[in-house]
Design a protein around this ligand. Structure first.
Ligand SMILES: Cc1cc2nc3c(=O)[nH]c(=O)nc-3n(C[C@H](O)[C@H](O)[C@H](O)COP(=O)(O)OP(=O)(O)OC[C@H]3O[C@@H](n4cnc5c(N)ncnc54)[C@H](O)[C@@H]3O)c2cc1C
Length: 542
């Protein structure tokens, strides 16, 4: 057995592990990522990279690569509700093609449709670009031991069977739903199982023309039995599609799935397709009881498994990685306080629970359409009336999962031990709306600066103290307190009138992850206390 060392050992090379490796690399922290597979994507699950993840990609300098992915920029991202692809259309949510959609008022970025088969390799290349990041495929974690000083992990080379022991300061389990790391820690999951979906991947050139259907990216199919499946184009250029049966019942295997039957029902006609793969999985709505224990952390599907309704799974996991990443980097740099890493659980677990709950709520919207729709396929006026009524309800109800700007960027660390409350009440946490807020714990709001950049571009490396307006109080005491603690701090004056409106205070301290730690109009609190709280050196002052 050989012995190796790594400051941070990341287990799992899915999007969350890769994002963490990239975030740590970007911050100058050496890490090793191990992945039991060979790094190729067999069945791509994720397709929607949400606004917050795109903001991280912008910071990492890879947003343009995501934007330039092979999904055609002029392909409409519409969502259509249909009885089948060749049947009636009941309603449609217009979502403009990527090339014509402008970013909204709340972010410099917009959601991108970019399948995991393109997104993961972008993250891989980003992480590999740092000489201090090591990505090792075909390497599996088998077990580990934790002590006060570090972690000893037992790895096996999947190809040769060769065993190896690696010593790390910290271990992060990004090893997915069946997380070995979580199980070794004995951490349970709270929640429920929502069903047994089936994925059918196929190639079908000219599918929409054959079905006489106007293009869209996502088709929700509803027949007399209710909403039962969706059909998504994954790669329009290569005619790659995925049919998801929402709940095919327990006990199926890929071999026993009636692919032809499901396809016929979804298309409303027979069609020869090239089958690419079948997967049977379990729709879960669960969150872990703890996100960390001692020197071991968990992120991504290892700690939250969401119904894909709302496209929140990977996006929530990548935000976990970003929260943990700056904290680990602060500890390695020496300025992170002793409570900083333990704030990871306190900040991210409530967000995991929130997103799991919302994804289940969106799934529940699908189940509301079983009654009173027997005539949905009837060509006569009564059928017409059913289709009109059901179509409107579908756009309103099931369509909620496509109107989620609040969910994507409105999450906040309201009760974080490393944010200093300012006594203001929280704004409503509305999934489909966002009231920009710089209340401590919130993601610092976006606005355009005079030079054409976003204010978000100021955040990332260290802390930023914004002095908002020309008459903002002098902040040199902050500078001194930061210097004596070796906390990286930049003091920046912003004079755009919108900054005063969105940030609401003349002094605002923004953390390296872009969340607000503290704000005030006056320097009424000792800057040392503010910084010590924000870097996790002590709790909230009485
Ligand atoms: C149909 C569907 C659609 C989805 N759409 C979206 C979407 O649009 N947007 C979104 O945000 N999310 C979406 N999701 C969810 C998203 O796919 C997952 O949340 C995401 O893949 C989780 O990433 P992860 O890195 O945490 O885990 P995984 O992707 O599961 O990766 C874990 C990795 O760890 C490796 N591993 C496991 N154990 C070990 C070990 N012992 N040693 C070494 N390696 C190990 C595995 O091989 C695997 O590569 C969707 C999910 C489904 C099912």
């Amino acid at each position: 057995m050989t012995r190796n060392q790594a400051p941070v050992l990341i287990v799992g090379g899915g999007p969350v592990g890769l994002a963490l490796a990239g975030e740590l690399g970007w911050r100058g922290v050496a890490c090793t990522l191990i992945e039991q597979g060979d790094g190729t994507i067999v069945t791509p699950k994720m397709n929607e990279v949400n606004v917050r993840t795109m903001e991280f990609c912008r910071r990492w300098g890879i947003a343009q690569k995501v934007h330039a992915c092979p999904f055609p920029a002029d392909y409409p991202l519409d969502v259509a509700f249909v009885t089948s692809l060749a049947g009636y259309e009941l309603g449609r949510i217009a979502r403009p093609p990527r090339m014509s959609e402008q970013a909204g008022p709340h972010s410099p970025m917009r959601l991108e449709v970019c399948s995991q088969m393109w997104f993961d390799p972008i993250l891989q290349r980003f992480a590999r670009g740092f000489p201090h990041v090591r990505l090792r495929c075909l390497t599996r974690l088998e077990a580990f031991e934790v002590s006060e000083r570090g972690v000893c992990a037992d790895l096996v080379d999947v190809a040769s069977g060769r065993r190896e022991r690696i010593e790390a300061d910290y271990l992060v389990g990004c090893d997915g739903a069946n997380s070995t790391v979580r199980r070794c820690l004995g951490i349970g999951l709270d929640g429920e199982t929502l069903g047994n979906p089936v994925h059918l991947y196929f190639r079908a050139p000219g599918l929409l023309g054959i079905c006489g259907r106007k293009p869209a990216t996502f088709f929700v199919t509803v027949d007399r039995a209710g909403v039962w499946s969706n059909v998504r184009v994954i790669d329009p250029v290569n005619a790659m599609w995925r049919l998801m049966v929402l709940d095919a019942g327990p006990g199926l295997t890929p071999e026993t799935v009636d692919r032809e039957g499901y396809l016929h029902r979804a298309l409303g006609r027979r069609l020869e397709v090239d089958w690419l793969g079948t997967s049977v999985w379990t729709r879960r709505s669960v969150v872990a009881q703890h996100y960390s224990r001692g020197r071991v952390f968990l992120a991504g599907d290892a700690v939250h498994q969401l119904s894909p309704t709302g496209a929140l799974g990977m996006n929530t996991g990548i935000a976990d990685a970003v929260d943990l990443g700056w904290k680990l980097a602060a500890v390695f740099s020496g300025w992170g306080g002793q409570h900083l890493l333990s704030s990871y659980d306190g900040e991210r677990r409530p967000i995991g629970a929130r997103n799991v709950r919302m994804a289940a709520e969106f799934y529940g919207e699908h189940e509301k359409f079983g009654q009173g729709i027997a005539l949905i396929d009837d060509p006569g006026p009564e059928g017409e009336e059913v289709r009109r009524r059901v179509g409107q309800s579908l756009v309103r109800g099931v369509g909620r999962m496509f109107r989620t700007i609040g969910l994507q960027i409105g999450y906040r660390y309201g009760h974080s031990p490393i944010c200093l409350p300012d006594g203001t009440p929280p704004d409503p946490d509305d999934p489909d709306d966002l009231i920009p807020s710089a209340r401590p714990g919130s993601r610092a709001p976006h606005l355009w600066l005079e030079d054409g950049s976003s204010i978000l571009d100021l955040y990332g490396r260290g802390f930023v103290l914004l002095r908002v307006g020309l008459d903002a109080p002098d902040a040199s005491a902050f500078e001194m307190a930061a210097a004596s603690r070796r906390v990286p701090l930049q003091i920046i004056v912003v004079t755009e009138p919108e900054a005063a409106d969105r940030y609401q205070r003349r002094l605002v301290l923004v953390r390296p992850d872009g969340h607000v730690a503290w704000r005030s109009d006056e320097l009424s609190v000792d800057p040392a206390t503010v910084l010590d709280t924000a870097r996790g050196a002590h709790g909230i002052p009485a």
